[in-house]
Every structure is written in structure tokens, then in C-alpha cells.
Ligand binder design. Structure first.
Ligand code: ASP
Length: 460
């Protein structure tokens, strides 16, 4: 699939919009937290007839101190299963929805639904069932408000007994149903098991529902509406007001998400990527911002800064094993990795020299097993020396532009040297899409700032 599809829709720069015929639009919890947000969402949908299939989350936080309805549902269900009095909690949940209905002036009541849910709680219908009602009820209100059909995700999204999504069967059912009804609201986050019970995706899973519906309908664009205007080149807690990323490839996004850059659920990429459908991350509160386009292939149009993003984490450990003639010892690497595997530790990186091999692991996973691991390594590969560096942070610089641009690595290392950061480890992915550097934890923020400055600030 890689490299076979190019970004197809025509970009209309003046409106920051795409002239395409069908879109799936997914709205996150903060976009649907109250009646005011619903109004913004409806305006966005009505502004473009291509926005035919709508996937809502449950109401999110209305302010930083607020609680998401999904969390309220989990807590309420847990209380019910402990045999506690959950009426109070349940009525706060009902109020969240009733306030929205009232704020929109809708002529509808969810009382029957609330009763069914309450009975489900008493009958221990399951935590997944409980959590899924957040999206289900929000979907009912949104469908009514928009005048779109409501399609219950339980009727079209199917899991197998091993809890894996049955993608083909699901796509078939989604297509059949949506072809029948036209414009529709399909609540995010859940589907059904073969025995008809409800199963949810992991948290943030409405992104996956949106992606499935987009793939099933073969739409031109999957718009994912949230409360930020797309991805930023780096974490705004480290660099104030970093520039937004206009276009990112799926592959770059995987690298950056893995290193800690969030916004979209990791598993949301796969269904649309298979069908080469681009995703546009947009901001419900600033709908004119172009947001970030996620594409399979940028058609040769690299990022204007050479790099696309910078991300990273503190809290790693490097275990370096040294042994003369290691290079010619058959099975050495396998035996080393086997030790880590036997202790249930996955490794993050494995830079190596002629007679040394380093394994980078998460400190939190490694720390308490250290003694046993060192002893097992000694028994298994008889090293000359083992060194452990417990003060390692990793910073990944990701960018498809690196392949074509000479001197990118030199600029990264010049920036770090200039900022007086000592580089402990370097790892360049074989796809030339990223360069990862290992540094001291205390140099983490300085490193990100200095790399950002040399590639972005100096170009602004
Ligand atoms: N409401 C769910 C959650 O809070 C799913 C979602 O919003 O995507 O995780």
C-alpha cells in the first residue's frame, strides 16, 4: 500500500476547506460538552453538504474542573455493582443530557432510555455497556437536532469472541445501513459482541469508529474535530506557541505518537490508511483554521521546515553489554534479547557497535528486575562488561524531508552542542524518517527547544 496513493482532494486555500463529495465528521467530547458546543457542531455540519456521516463522542468536560460523562458512567456503574446507592450519580448524568436538550430547545425526552439504562445497571449489564451509553445518548440528541437518521453502532460494528474488530463484516454492515438511510449519526466508541453484549474500544475510541465509517463508505475525507487546531511541531508546554503541522504522513504520525505526541487514538489510523483516506484534524472552536492533514503520501511536498515534529520522553535506561569479538559470535544478539523477553521487558531501541550492544528500556519496567537481568545476561552471554545508564531521555526528530535534505543530522547535533547538551546515544531509523537522540533527563527540554529553534524559529 505504501506509496501507492496520493492525496487526492482539491485544496481550496481561501476557505481552508476541501472540495470533496463525502466526509465523515467525528466530534470529540469537548466539542459536544454542552448545548453551545452542539450549536457550533451543527453549524459546521450544515455548512458543508459533504458532511453526511457524523460520529459523536460522549459529552466531555465543560471546564477544566468538570468530569467527562464517560467517567461519570464508569463510576456510577461501579457503585451499582458494589450494591451502593447510585441514584444521585445517575441523576447528575441525566442532567448533563437534559441540560443539552433544554439548551437546544428540542422537543424530545430520553426518559425511556434512562430507565432502560438504569435497569441495565441493576442487572449488571457490564462496564462496557455502561460507558457506551455516553455516546449512545449523545448520538440520539445530535441526530434529532440535525434531522439525521440515528444508527446504533451495536447494529453495525462487530467484534469477534477474542474482542478483535471484525473489520470486513463491519464495513459491509455500515455500508448497507448508511446507503439505506443517507445522512446519519453513528455513536462512537462501541459495537457488539457475537452474543449481542456491548463492547467498547479503548478510551478515546470514537476516533476508531470515525475511521471505520470513513473506510466503509469510501469517503474522500475523514474530519476529526477536536479542541485544538491539529498537531503542533512540539509540545506547547516546552516551547510556547509552536507552529502547527500542516501536513503529516501516517508513518510520521506513528513515529510521533509512539514518542508521546497525542490527539488521535493510535488505532484510528489503520482502517482509513488501508483505503488511502486522508484525515483532517480540525478545531470546533476555530473552524476556519486549516488544522493538520494526515495523508499516506504527500505527493513530494515536504514540510517547509524539513522536520515535521519533535517528541520524546524521559525515564529510560540504557544497558550496554561489551564483549570482545561479539560481532562474530553467532546468536549473541538473540540471547541478549531473550533475557529481556524472559523478564517481560520490551526494548525501545538497540544501537550497537562492533563489540558493544546497548538495549534501551523503560526505567519503570526495568528497575525492580535489574539484579536478575544482569545476572541472567552474565550467565547467558558472558560479557566482559555491563554498564547501566539510568539517566536517559529520548528525543525523536521526525520528518519525511530528511531523506532529501543534506545536513539535517549536522544541524540537530550543532543545535545540541550549542545548547551544551551531551548526546549519549544516536539512532537513525532505516527509513530515514527519524533521528533519535539519547540525552540526560535534565537536558530534555533544552534539547527540544534548541532543535525547534534551529529548524523553525530561525526560519520564521
Ligand atoms: N467517551 C470515550 C472516552 O472518553 C470515547 C471517546 O471519547 O472517544 O474515552
Amino acid at each position: 500500500m505504501q506509496g501507492l496513493c496520493f492525496f487526492a482532494p482539491a485544496f481550496n486555500d481561501s476557505k481552508g476547506d476541501f472540495s470533496v463529495s463525502t466526509k465523515v465528521v467525528k466530534f470529540g467530547g469537548s466539542s459536544l460538552a454542552d448545548a453551545n458546543q452542539f450549536i457550533k457542531v451543527a453549524n459546521i455540519i450544515k455548512a458543508d453538504p459533504a458532511r453526511k456521516y457524523v460520529v459523536p463522542s460522549a459529552p466531555g468536560k465543560r471546564n477544566p474542573k468538570d468530569t467527562k460523562v464517560t467517567d461519570m458512567l464508569y463510576a456510577c456503574y461501579d457503585m451499582a455493582t458494589r450494591g451502593g446507592d447510585f441514584e444521585g450519580m445517575f441523576s447528575s448524568i441525566k442532567s448533563r443530557y437534559n441540560d443539552i436538550i433544554e439548551g437546544l430547545g428540542l422537543d424530545m425526552s430520553l426518559d425511556d432510555e434512562f430507565e432502560t439504562i438504569e435497569r441495565g445497571f441493576k442487572a449488571r449489564a457490564g462496564r462496557d455497556y455502561a460507558a457506551s451509553r455516553g455516546e449512545y445518548l449523545n448520538g440520539k440528541i445530535l441526530a434529532k437536532y440535525l434531522g439525521f437518521a440515528f444508527v446504533d453502532a451495536a447494529d453495525v460494528i462487530f467484534f469477534a469472541n477474542d474482542s478483535k474488530l471484525k473489520l470486513e463484516e463491519t464495513c459491509h454492515a455500515v455500508k448497507e445501513r448508511l446507503d439505506e438511510v443517507g445522512n446519519a449519526v453513528i455513536p462512537g466508541f462501541y459495537g457488539s459482541m457475537p452474543n449481542d453484549t456491548i463492547k467498547t474500544f479503548s478510551r478515546g475510541g470514537s476516533d476508531i469508529t470515525g475511521s471505520i465509517v470513513a473506510a466503509a463508505m469510501g469517503v474522500d475525507l475523514y474530519e476529526n474535530w477536536t479542541d485544538v487546531s491539529g498537531f503542533l511541531v512540539c509540545d506547547p508546554r516546552i516551547v510556547p506557541d509552536p507552529v502547527p503541522i500542516k501536513t503529516i504522513t501516517y508513518q510520521e504520525l506513528r513515529e510521533l505518537s509512539y514518542m508521546g505526541a497525542g490527539v488521535l487514538h493510535e488505532d484510528a489510523i489503520f482502517p482509513v490508511r488501508k483505503s488511502c483516506i486522508p484525515i483532517n484534524i480540525k478545531n470546533t472552536n476555530k473552524p476556519d483554521d486549516p488544522g493538520t492533514m494526515i495523508v499516506e503520501n504527500d505527493g513530494g511536498d515536504s514540510s517547509e521546515y524539513v522536520i515535521t515534529g519533535i517528541a520524546g520522553h524521559c525515564g529510560f535506561v540504557t544497558v550496554t553489554i561489551e564483549k570482545d569479538m561479539m560481532n562474530s559470535e553467532l546468536g549473541f544478539g538473540r540471547k541478549v534479547l531473550e533475557v529481556f523477553e524472559n523478564y517481560g521487558i520490551s526494548f525501545e531501541h538497540m544501537p550497537s557497535g562492533i563489540d558493544t550492544m546497548s538495549i534501551v528500556v523503560h526505567k519503570s519496567e526495568y528497575e525492580e528486575k535489574e539484579e536478575q537481568i544482569i545476572r541472567a545476561l552474565e550467565r547467558s552471554v558472558h560479557p566482559d562488561r555491563i554498564d547501566v545508564d539510568r539517566d536517559v531521555a529520548l528525543v525523536a526528530v521526525v520528518g519525511r524531508g530528511m531523506r532529501k535534505q543534506r545536513g539535517t543530522a549536522a544541524r540537530i547535533f550543532a543545535a545540541l552542542a550549542h545548547a551544551k547538551v551531551n548526546v549519549k546515544m544516536i539512532d537513525q531509523g532505516s527509513s530515514e524518517l527519524n533521528i533519535i537522540v539519547g540525552i540526560s533527563n535534565e537536558d530534555f527540554e533544552t534539547s527540544i527547544k534548541s532543535i525547534y529553534d534551529i529548524f523553525v524559529t530561525e526560519r520564521l
